[in-house]
Design a protein around this ligand. Structure first.
Ligand code: G6P
Length: 369
């Protein structure tokens, strides 16, 4: 087993560190940097159904559902096709409306999650095109798919998903870009610039991983906390949800993720000197807005940890601690900003002496309801 961990103490840490390579594997043969083009066989084979889709409905659970929330923003941004994101467990029992022309996307690392599979089968019965975004080749969801894209990040062992999440987001990015290009809804320059920047993402993830010892120090702030809040906006809102989920799963600290502007409708009542608040505040369109949310927390003596873009000054001036990530385009921000949150949860769990790879009560693959 220690051989399989490749010198790391835990599978989760190995999988976090594997991400630059995994993202490259995921993009291989799909992102053609020299030609500045994306090639996806699903778009060649099912072009008509995909470009004419009236709507995408994403069904998923857990971390895969968070990837779906990012996918919604990406597809709506570039392909201008509406997207709904559903918990598979709710969708399957709700008599959902599935319209002609709907494409239902199931996102699943294992390809075996019972609720996601059932939601997918329901969609198939209703006549929707079933599109799988799956890691496990040949799994039940992969077999139930009419088409789809494998994420190709290799087996994930740690119960808390890490590399599968960034792989799912990468696939959704490639798909949304390619679809937008087919439809002519993304400007050519933006398409090419995003392709170039995607090519730089594995290297930028490496840069974030180099900050690990600083992240480990900062994670100590959370070790003795009973609660924590995670806040983000725009593309970083699902990242906040994912950061909170990681902390809950392996560190057993109650954590909630929230869109930062919603803070004033509830979570702000919880803030005092014992409440750590993790802000994902990279330099993108809503930066100024999130800065004012951070100031509100500061005014109430909350303890602020922030993920910021390299060279940030305004947030760094008020936060107790900041972790810098390299600059990137807003739609690609989650691929970088989630890394420090994965590492933070990992270090807190290790510091508390918990079973990182197999947290209590959780299963890697939930094959029963
Ligand atoms: C379990 C795992 C999570 C995962 C979720 C969905 O809860 O512990 O890490 O995100 O199932 O799994 P899937 O295999 O469908 O992505």
């Amino acid at each position: 087993e220690s051989l399989e961990k490749g010198g790391f103490d835990h599978f989760m840490l190995k999988e976090i560190y594997d991400q630059p390579r995994c993202i490259s594997d995921c993009m291989r043969g799909r992102l053609l940097l020299k030609e500045k083009r994306i090639v996806l066989s699903t778009i060649n084979l099912h072009r008509n159904e995909l470009v004419n889709a009236g709507r995408f409905v994403i069904v998923a659970c857990g971390t895969s559902w968070h990837a779906g929330l990012i996918g919604k923003q990406l597809i709506e941004q570039w392909a201008k096709i509406p997207v709904e994101v559903e918990y598979a467990s709710e969708f399957r029992y709700r008599n959902p409306v599935i319209l002609p022309g709907d494409v239902v996307i199931a996102i699943s690392q294992s390809g075996e999650t019972a609720d996601t599979l059932a939601a997918f089968e329901l969609a198939k019965k209703s006549g929707a095109l079933c599109f799988g975004i799956v890691n496990a080749v040949g799994s039940s969801i992969a077999r139930a798919s009419d088409t789809g894209i494998y994420i190709h990040v290799g087996p994930e062992i740690g119960v808390a998903s890490t590399k599968a999440f960034t792989g799912q987001v990468t696939v959704l990015t490639l798909f949304a870009l390619a679809l937008g290009h087919e439809l002519g809804t993304i400007p050519q320059q933006e398409y090419e610039d995003t392709i170039e920047e995607l090519g730089r993402i594995p290297g930028k993830i490496k840069t974030v991983l180099e900050k690990d010892s600083k992240i480990k120090d900062i994670a100590r702030t959370l070790t003795y906390a009973e609660n924590a809040l995670y806040m983000g906006r725009g593309y970083n809102y699902p990242v906040a949800l994912e950061g909170a989920l990681k902390l809950k799963e392996i560190s057993y600290i109650h954590a909630e993720g929230y869109p930062a502007a919603e803070m004033k409708h509830g979570p702000i009542a919880l803030i005092d000197e014992d409440m750590p608040v993790v802000f994902v505040a990279t330099h993108h369109q809503l930066y100024k807005k999130i800065l004012s949310n951070i100031e509100e927390v500061k005014a109430r003596n909350g303890r602020i940890i922030a993920i910021v873009t390299e060279g940030d000054e305004a947030v760094s001036d008020i936060a107790e601690a900041t972790i810098e990530v390299p600059p990137t385009l807003a739609p690609l921000a989650p691929l970088l900003s989630v890394i420090p949150l994965q590492l933070t949860a990992y270090h807190v769990a290790v510091e508390k002496g918990l079973n990182v790879d197999q947290p209590r009560n959780l299963a890697k693959s939930v094959t029963v309801e």
